[in-house]
Ligand binder design. Sequence first.
Ligand SMILES: NC(=O)c1ccc[n+]([C@@H]2O[C@H](COP(=O)([O-])OP(=O)(O)OC[C@H]3O[C@@H](n4cnc5c(N)ncnc54)[C@H](OP(=O)(O)O)[C@@H]3O)[C@@H](O)[C@H]2O)c1
Length: 318
Amino acid sequence: METKRVLVVGGTGYLGQHVLLSLSRIKDSAPYDLAFTYHSNSNLLEPLLDAIPHSHAFHVDLATGDGFQSIASKFGQPHVVVNCAALSVPRVCEKDPDAAMSINVPCSLVNWLSSFEERDTLLIHLSTDQVYEGVKSFYKEEDETVPVNVYGKSKVAAEQFISKTWPNYAILRSSIIFGPQTISPVKKSLPIQWIDGVLSKKEQVEFFHDEFRCPVYVKDVVTIILSLINKWIIEGKQMKLLLNVGGPDRVSRVQMAETVAHVRGYNTSLIKQVSASSVYRGVSSPADISMDISKLIQTVSISPTPFRDGVILTLDST
Ligand SMILES: NC(=O)c1ccc[n+]([C@@H]2O[C@H](COP(=O)([O-])OP(=O)(O)OC[C@H]3O[C@@H](n4cnc5c(N)ncnc54)[C@H](OP(=O)(O)O)[C@@H]3O)[C@@H](O)[C@H]2O)c1
């Protein structure tokens, strides 16, 4: 049987690296041929290629599509694309809406996939919980999307574009992804490591008591992606899936900090509770975008890691 080709777009990012590493470690009769794209961080390539020596790295700009043709000629049509590339920082998107739209709506990627004769590559695309307005708890996939910032708007536009133009996809609306650092460390601050860092200074820090999320452990997101790839490769049935991807716990920013403090043995009086409305962060942030994840559990038979367990695993790895 032909070895299946998997392309991770945004392979140098936080999730992309975790996905690549797990795909490279699959030890069964049919390992995958792996390729990934990078954009500005070519400095992250060496450790990544050392860890995954048989993978192929390609420079691609999603805003223009430059680089995709080279993948077609050197790697071929992928059986699966996992799109982890994005302008993923809401503040950055707010400052440059044109860049956010041109990168986060994967027109160039889908146009490239459409250029192949067989229109059946499985596209697994990362979206966000920030497609929801944030005015109630436990959003379901069928709830209306009302993004409050440019990042969320670009992700809604991406979802609409993919579902209209590509026949075989899984869109994952992910909450905050947390977990260990990557093989080639990413520059952006990671949520649990950041909380640990500020609390370890033993100075009082402000956290919001009224902003709620369902943070998801990175290895659970990877398991979900691997399971969807497997489903497509084994069953060969095209899918049109939209899934909330969150952890099992709805927590405020204060509760996230308290969990880190308990695990590390820091004094919780360092955590000063403030309202999110008291601080302007350069971008509107939805208040409560906790999600109902029953469809996820039913579709991929996973029981996502409780937040506290994920925090312990994350801090153990540092
Ligand atoms: N991390 C989270 O907590 C979280 C939560 C919800 C949803 N998500 C979504 O999940 C996905 C992965 O997130 P992440 O945290 O792994 O993101 P990330 O660490 O910021 O990585 C983003 C990736 O996109 C690539 N990229 C940026 N601009 C590009 C361009 N113009 N052309 C091609 N590639 C470009 C980057 O390449 P270079 O580094 O080489 O420039 C990098 O590989 C994103 O769609 C994000 O919106 C993430």
